[in-house]
Write a protein that binds this ligand. Sequence first.
Ligand code: DC
Length: 227
Amino acid sequence: MMNPKVPVITIDGASGTGKGTVTHLIAKKLGWNLLDSGVLYRVLALAAQNKGVSLEDETALTALANALDVRFIAAEIGESLLVFLEKQEVTDIIRAEKVGNAASKVAVFPAVRTALLDRQRAFRTLPGLVADGRDMGTVIFPDAIVKIFLTASPEERARRRYNQLNAKGIHVNLGALVGELRERDRRDQERTVAPLKPAVDAIIIDTDPLTIEQVVAQVMLEIKKVL
Ligand code: DC
């Protein structure tokens, strides 16, 4: 299933660093496939919620992960994939803060992560893959040709998220958002398996002073060095 001849570019980092947007833009520029690995953890968390499985029950969560009926359907070439859990389209539902926090909880368990490994590597198809997550460069695609790690301060990330939600008409408390972000970071960084940290050979970009276009330009410069 894993094809080492297909080139991979990994873009890792915490939520709110802009990695989702950057990954989309890079995949579009290159005409490559895209893996948003957080979606798998989000769908698993939603499935657990639907089936009344506890977010603390590693065995039950692993069984759920192995049997997870998740599908990605392209609406239009180059556009975001629609996400289906069984027969239900869940593309928007899984974006809720609550689901993100639950995803971070199920992602702590080693057996859950192992259960999702092959599904992630299956995205590695020609002409190439741009993969976004926490452990793309360290665990899932250690042989990626370019590894990027995006950082941003919690305040800046909370501000970006706040603006995103506001634009959708969802009003939240900025202070509470910063608190939730810090808690999620701590959980993602402190877990023993595949914690959020840059690969030794990753290029670290601090996005605080940069626009999305500037981040994309820097990433494209790195890609051009190797392609
Ligand atoms: O990138 P995201 O916000 O959609 O991810 C949601 C959660 O899923 C994140 O807090 C931790 C987990 N996750 C992970 O552990 N490993 C990944 N490669 C991607 C996401």
